[in-house]
Design a protein around this ligand. Structure first.
Ligand SMILES: C=CC1=C(C)c2cc3[nH]c(cc4nc(cc5[nH]c(cc1n2)c(C)c5CCC(=O)O)C(CCC(=O)O)=C4C)c(C)c3C=C
Ligand SMILES: [Fe+2]
Ligand SMILES: [Fe+2]
Length: 370
């Protein structure tokens, strides 16, 4: 990256850009691709907070020798023709958001980036650099994590702020911290559950044989004790969804999935909880993952395959997985609202036509200045 290059080309109008940021995913469902991805992801000190020297030995000596092959086999079960589900949905969400904002009269660049994308064109740094070369003088970074965590949101924001630090001609940078209690996000989830209930009516609630399960990605308990707000934000989301649905407390269970390693993570864990529920006589569960706005390995394989099998084997009868919000129109509209609110105060787009014409005339008179 050339940090001293002039940022904007004379005569080209300044633009405002929105960047949806997600975690990143392997390029292919192969051990080699998963190894590259996990090496970057699990090598991030924001993700695994144990002393570096010890962790690097464990990561490179054990984990990266064993896990890539196992994980690749799991990725293969959910891989789509167009690629990894996380990537496919992120791209589709980006175009849907762009269309929605355009329909509201905004002329914005809407694009996406991944936190763990190696040196490729989709990394946060590469995307921000590209935007700068396209004259984006205002950039809103929107991490696609409803609940803030240092291990997800903060590391994405760190990347953006590291990029802007030291630039000669810095763009204006804003970011969204979280949207765990955003009314549009909560209502989009509640509407999705209501639509599911219309197709699959529940018994009158509360009923001992039914639970709505909200499963969030887990986090080491130590991170919570050190002050990470993630666990509390997950509970806030779950409470607001339950309230929007008027659900009795006995009918709702909030759990945490995707535990990694041997340390204690925040509880209750999803799979053991569902096994226990089946053993207690719960026959039907409707399971959703509100902490993920795009379906991915952790929802499609872990929840909809592994946890489903565990529940049914333990005596459960009906396991309904509700997909993530993905490109749901209510969600895209909520995302457009969220974007508009965070862009508020920045000069309106599309750029003033007269100013644009003046800029172009000046550029013509001056000749190519770049
Ligand atoms: C120490 C490890 C991990 C922490 C902390 C963690 C937090 C965390 N992760 C997400 C969202 C996703 N995680 C995904 C995959 C995934 N997560 C971890 C580990 C930690 N996550 C691993 C090792 C993996 C890779 C898969 C595997 O080998 O099991 C994904 C899916 C990626 C995909 O390609 O589909 C998402 C999304 C959140 C929200 C979160 C917050 C606390
Ligand atoms: Fe994760
Ligand atoms: Fe997992």
């Amino acid at each position: 990256m050339n940090k001293t290059a002039p940022a904007w080309r004379h005569g080209t109008p300044a633009k405002t850009a929105v960047v949806l940021v997600n975690l990143g995913t392997p390029d292919a469902p192969t051990a080699a691709a998963v190894r590259r991805y996990l090496a970057e992801f699990l090598g991030d000190p924001r993700v695994v907070e144990i002393p570096r020297a010890v962790w690097m030995l464990i990561l490179h000596g054990i984990i990266l020798r064993v896990r890539p092959k196992k994980s690749a086999a799991k990725y293969a079960t959910v891989w789509e023709d167009a690629g990894s589900p996380l990537m496919v949905h992120t791209k589709a969400q980006t175009s849907a958001l762009e269309q929605s904002l355009r329909a509201r009269g905004h002329n914005l660049i809407v694009t996406w980036a991944m936190r763990y994308a190696g040196q490729g064109p989709n990394s946060i740094t590469a995307v921000l650099e590209r935007l700068r070369s396209e004259n984006a003088t205002r950039i809103l970074v929107l991490p696609m994590y409803p609940q803030y965590s240092a291990s997800t949101t903060a590391t994405a924001i760190d990347e953006a702020l590291n990029w802007v630090t030291g630039l000669r001609n810095q763009p204006e940078l804003r970011y969204v911290r979280n949207f765990a209690d955003d009314v549009g996000y909560i209502n989009a989830i509640a509407n999705q559950v209501r639509a599911h209930w219309q197709q699959n009516p529940t018994p009158a609630l509360p009923d001992a044989s039914y639970r709505l399960v909200m499963s969030f990605h887990g986090l080491p308990e130590r991170n919570l004790k050190l002050g990470d707000p993630y666990f509390c934000e997950c509970h806030k989301t779950a409470r607001l969804v339950a309230e929007a649905l008027n659900l009795p407390a006995e009918s709702v269970v909030t759990t945490f999935q995707s535990r990694f390693g041997k340390a204690k993570w925040v509880e209750p864990y999803t799979e053991p909880t569902l096994i226990a529920l089946a053993k207690q006589g719960v026959k039907r569960v409707d399971v959703l993952c509100p902490g993920f706005v795009a379906d991915c390995l952790e929802t499609l394989e872990e929840i909809n395959m592994e946890v489903r099998a565990a529940f049914l084997t333990a005596g459960g009868e009906h396991f309904h997985y509700l997909p993530c919000l993905n490109e749901d129109p209510n969600w895209i509209s909520a995302l457009a609202d969220l974007t508009e609110r965070h862009l508020a105060g920045w000069p309106a787009t599309p750029p003033n036509q007269q100013a644009l014409e003046q800029q172009q005339a000046r550029a013509k008179a001056l000749g190519a200045l770049e």
